[in-house]
Design a protein around this ligand. Structure first.
Ligand SMILES: C[S@@+](CC[C@H](N)C(=O)[O-])C[C@H]1O[C@@H](n2cnc3c(N)ncnc32)[C@H](O)[C@@H]1O
Length: 417
């Protein structure tokens, strides 16, 4: 039953002013990251005896880290290779002595560069590379890349790749504080001369500290597995058998990547430098990335009516909105089968506005799960004080017309019957 009871934000979920970068949570920025305190509290509330947590849109693995700290094994999946890399590194223990040695080797390699000792490296030549990086930055990144690719230990190599990825973004001509790939102005470019080697060394020492603290805190053998399956299509039984998951803690995308958060664009330069073959395709394969020929009938008025209303004004937008919820429903149907009886799902969602119509994703999530034999337990509403995501957009899509959106997040909790 969907009630119309209007809840107010519960400020105890805001975690305003709190450090959200403790443990390995400091490793890499990413759009719309979950606040670790939210994952942590949800696991404490709904995962008391949980053995296995699943995050079907794991991004950078916030809920996987928090599960492992509590001796709960975790499975994550994400279609973005950069997100998978970050999740894996954040949850993989590394033999610290070996890591320290490799960092020393890295410093030596950089000093060879400054002493003009020849280093034999290749520079990548992906499309538009000179549009995003100066030649000097490309050379220095190539030196770093060569060093990283010669590291033998895979876990250590991946640790460096994560530091490398953020360095790529920081030293490129992408504008700060944007999710989409926007180039700096010519004036900004003129005044921009990043010290590539210092940037990566700072990331390495920050991440090393985070890793040490994480490894000291995690005194158990739990682990995380990170996959690339797409829950919209199917969830392999060999990886997750039916009725096997105790708890889902996740934050799905807010809508299709074109009009909400473009995870693929955010990650593209990193993915290209890291030799990901489909680096430019990520947004297309994410939820709602491909339109359907017909509009879906959801049999849920708050969704069907809004899509009808948008259709009257802008049919393209109506089909885009439909594509997202069409995939979202399929994903929820697949995920539901994997949850144990009495297991919990906790979905952190945002209710966005399209063409001035509000899409109640919290109620939609509840309805989709209720149709899969789940009971609604509670919906917490939190203010969004510190999440990296747009708080304003243009709901009418008229340039310059700004509306508030996503000032709140809804944490929808349901239990399988
Ligand atoms: C809100 S973010 C998750 C953030 C994550 N909770 C964190 O703390 O970093 C949503 C994620 O869903 C991923 N995604 C989009 N469509 C997907 C799909 N069909 N299957 C799996 N992941 C998908 C995106 O790549 C993105 O990383």
């Amino acid at each position: 039953m969907i009630s119309n009871f209007k809840l107010k934000p519960d400020t105890s979920w805001d975690f305003r002013q709190e450090d959200t970068k403790y443990y390995s949570h400091c490793f890499h920025n990413y759009p719309a990251m979950m606040i670790p305190q939210v994952a942590s509290r949800l696991i404490d509330l709904y995962g008391k005896n949980a053995k296995i947590l699943f995050d079907p849109y794991c991004g950078t693995g916030t809920s996987l880290v928090e599960a492992n700290i509590r001796n709960i094994n975790a499975i994550g999946t994400d279609i973005n290779p950069l997100a998978r890399l970050i999740s894996k590194v954040k949850t993989t223990p590394i033999f610290l002595e070996k890591l320290h040695l490799e960092i020393l080797n890295f410093r030596n390699c950089l000093s060879h560069y400054f002493m003009n000792i020849p280093i034999d490296f290749d520079t990548p030549d992906f499309n538009n590379i000179l549009y995003w990086f100066s030649e000097e930055v490309i050379t220095k990144l190539s030196v770093i890349k060569k060093f990283i690719y010669e590291i033998e230990n895979n876990n250590i190599k991946n640790f460096f790749r994560v530091c490398f990825s953020e360095t790529i973004r920081d030293c490129s001509w992408t504008r700060n504080g944007e999710f989409k790939l926007y180039r700096m102005t010519d004036k900004q470019i003129k005044n921009f001369s990043p010290d590539v080697f210092s940037v990566i060394l700072n990331k390495i020492s920050r991440n090393l500290k985070g890793l040490e603290i994480y490894q000291n805190a995690k005194k158990n053998m739990s682990s995380s597995e990170v996959y690339d399956f797409n829950s919209v299509k199917s969830i392999p039984d060999t990886i997750i058998p039916d009725n096997s998951i105790d708890l889902v803690v996740t934050s799905p995308p807010y809508g299709d990547s074109r009009t909400t958060v473009a995870y693929g664009q955010f990650s593209r330069l990193s993915n290209q430098w890291l030799d990901v073959s489909n680096a430019s395709e990520i947004d297309k394969i994410s939820m709602g990335g491909t339109n359907n020929k017909n509009l879906t009938k959801y049999n849920f008025k708050p969704l069907d009516n809004v899509i009808e209303d948008i259709l009257k004004i802008d049919s393209k937008r109506a089909f885009e909105v439909n594509a997202f919820y069409h995939d979202y429903l399929k994903s929820i149907n697949n995920i539901s089968k994997k949850i144990k009886p009495f297991g919990y799902v906790c979905y952190v969602v945002g209710n966005r506005t399209v063409k001035s119509f509000n899409l109640p994703t919290d109620k939609i999530t509840q309805f989709f799960f209720e149709n899969n034999n789940f009971s609604h337990i509670y919906t917490y509403i939190r203010n969004i004080p510190n999440k990296r995501m747009p708080s304003k957009n243009s709901p009418t899509n008229i340039t310059g017309e700004i509306g508030n959106t996503m000032l709140n997040e809804y944490i929808v909790v349901l239990q399988k019957k």
